[in-house]
Design a protein around this ligand. Sequence first.
Ligand code: AVI
Length: 324
Amino acid sequence: MPDLLDLHPAPADVRRLVIEGLSRSPKQLPAWFLYDAEGSRLFDLICQQPEYSLTATETALLEAQAPAITAALGPGTLVEFGAGSARKVSPLLEAIEAAGRTPAYMALDISAEHLQEACGRLQRRHPAAAIAGICCDYSQLQALPEHPLLSGSAHLGFFPGSSLGNFEPAAACALLRQFRRLLGPGGTLLIGIDQPKPVDRLEAAYNDAAGISAAFALNLLARLNRELAGDFDPAAFRYRARWIPQASHIEMALVSEREQTVTLAGQRWTFAASEALITETSAKYDPEAFLTLAAAAGWRGAQRWSDPAGDLSLHLLVQADSGN
Ligand code: AVI
């Protein structure tokens, strides 16, 4: 079995964050709160829906371009931030092996269970690769933990899935700066970024016909009820996903069907009829806008790979002051 280091942070102060989020106008909760065990299961299902093409497109792009990408990355340990089920790294490990090198891969994720399973599966598929996992909240780390796979000073970061889009612009910039710090001087970052596309396609991707996106958002109410003694009635809310052009993001929300009062975390919360509780936003960046954001965090675009339809890009970023 691969090495697993458990640095799981103390449970976040969920109660405080929820009270803060429900006190905002509009009401909005942190997106990570969607991912309890059931939420993670539903998100995996979203990735299989025909309308949500992001996962399939990015996987196909990684498969098609893996030799070029790994050649551009050069040697070093691949460090994946928020590895989840770590399915996207396989084409890169295969290409490294095909080039006659031994891959080294470190998965970072907040869920120890997910990591154990993902690293085990990956190790069986790539028996010669050096694979390890660290259970941690990478956004809070001061530095990468000590580990034999992380003994060099410059690492190859991997952040696929356009997960950066779930952070507001200022937080996204701060996260890119954090990656720069963690990857060390000379470190590089391969990041997947979903791009703007026709509104009907975008809205369908976040509101699939099978209703999985809606179930994913509504599951948040079940979690709130369970963890904070709430009495949300999920039937009194409907799911809405809409494109907000000024913000270049999809806004996902639960909209109150009527005026109602809910008890949660020992307080009473009033919802007006049609009032929204924003569960998540998902920003889309065209390459130029993304590179402007990356530049503000000290990164420079070195190379970019796109799918034939131009739906998303994999950007290889180098540190702006690295001279590469
Ligand atoms: C994880 N993240 C990149 C997804 C997205 O596309 O913003 C989360 C998601 N939520 C609903 N559908 C997908």
